[in-house]
Design a protein around this ligand. Structure first.
Ligand SMILES: [Zn+2]
Length: 140
């Protein structure tokens, strides 16, 4: 029973960290320091958020679902408010109405991706950092 409570508490803590856009390991360090600028590594526990080049391509999955969840209701709302609009115009107005949500979707898609990735593969899968790479002397 207590193991189950621990899992629920860990899950809720993870959700709370995602909502607050915090580090998946320490849950205190901010992932972002500006609208689009990331803290990398975590300012509290030094966890590297971007494990490899191209790492955040996976955030596009989360971005797709977040954007769909915002754009579909917006589309129907605009369609309901202006039924005389042409369907192409409805799509264009929906795109314009979505623009203020872009920073939100960008940030949350990356935070969700980092949390999902660290949940699925908690260990450090990336090669050693450049300053600790033993092969770096041979290449130079
Ligand atoms: Zn951290």
């Amino acid at each position: 029973m207590s193991i189950e409570r621990g899992r629920v508490a860990a899950f809720c803590g993870g959700l709370w960290a995602i909502l607050r856009q915090r580090c998946p390991r320490c849950r205190r360090g901010r992932v972002f320091r500006g609208s689009f600028a990331m803290n990398d590594p975590c300012p509290v526990c030094a966890l590297r958020f971007e494990r490899d080049p191209g790492y955040f391509l996976g955030a596009m999955y989360a971005s797709y679902f977040l954007a769909s969840g915002i754009m579909a209701p917006l589309l129907y709302l605009i369609w309901w408010l202006w039924p005389a609009l042409d369907s192409v115009d409805v799509v264009l107005v929906t795109g314009l109405a979505f623009l203020p949500f872009v920073p939100l979707v960008f940030r949350y898609s990356r935070v969700i991706w980092i949390h999902l990735d660290r949940w699925a593969w908690p260990g450090e899968l990336s090669p050693a950092a450049p300053d600790t790479d033993p092969d770096s002397e041979r290449r130079t």
